[in-house]
Design a protein. Structure first.
Length: 255
């Protein structure tokens, strides 16, 4: 106070302006930092987790189509078989494209391990398909059927397991990034998935069902994963499992 009393008006104005300027700069730097974090989270969701999940979905669908066409081909003959073999090659090309697209989004660490597991199982499945192809070409329907239903089933299950594990990882990291972006960008205490757990997933599902039935708009159709969680009794915080698992000391994304 003594120092302020001895300052001239000009010095006081300069000092006040300096304080205001410092505060503005500090707020600006803070805002830039927050916006950078929000942009990073949004980019992570938009260019990584969402595309990766879509590519894995395409890969899973195209593999099941390929597997089905293999079963159809062993029962056909002549021109019909040749047509089906061409469709099989188209499915295999689609699988390779799906994996290449997905592989471009993969980061190092756990995601790379999961992606490599899918690739390993794909190669193993193609190798296991060679006896089936030989039996099919030799018109050995009984032998081809045995190979298809028994020898190749283990490889099929392993590939499906690898794809499911990777899709679970994409889900976990994706909704974690989405929650982070909302909390940083809008200063909300919870992200959308955390809020859904807090409200109760059964309540969220009921609201979506009423909107979907009342408005007849497909955008309100409940997400299959939400339906699955509710049917499993994973209702959020009140049951200690939902989009997050609350059974430990700290909530962690459900896998």
């Amino acid at each position: 106070m003594f120092m302020l009393k001895n300052m001239t008006i000009r010095v006081r104005v300069i000092a006040a302006f300096t304080l205001v300027l410092c505060a503005a700069v500090a707020l600006g730097l803070f805002a830039i930092q927050r916006l950078s974090a929000v942009n990073a989270a949004a980019k992570d969701v938009g260019t990584n987790w969402l595309p990766a999940a879509n590519y894995l979905g395409d890969l899973s669908q195209d593999f099941e189509t390929y597997r089905s066409r293999q079963g159809q081909a062993l029962l056909l003959t002549g021109e019909a078989r040749e047509t089906m073999l061409g469709k099989m090659q188209g499915s295999r090309d689609a699988i390779e494209k799906d994996f290449a697209n997905y592989n471009a989004t993969v980061d190092s660490g756990e995601e790379r391990i999961l992606a490599d597991a899918i690739h390993t199982q794909l190669i193993a499945y193609y190798e296991a398909s060679k006896p089936l192809e030989a039996a099919t070409a030799a018109n050995d329907v009984a032998g081809a059927t045995t190979i298809y239903l028994t020898d190749m089933q283990a490889g099929t299950d392993e590939l499906r397991k690898a794809i499911r594990a990777d899709r679970a990882y994409q889900l976990k990291e994706g909704h974690n990034a989405a929650d982070k972006g909302i909390k940083l960008g809008l200063n909300h205490p919870m992200g959308p998935f955390e809020l859904a757990d807090f409200i109760g997933l059964d309540t969220c599902l009921s609201v979506m069902q009423v909107l979907h039935e009342g408005l007849a708009d497909s955008k309100y159709r409940p997400c299959p994963l939400l339906v699955k969680y509710v049917e499993a009794g994973w209702l959020g915080r009140k049951t200690k499992r939902g989009f997050y698992d609350y059974r430990g000391e700290k909530p962690v994304p459900t896998r």
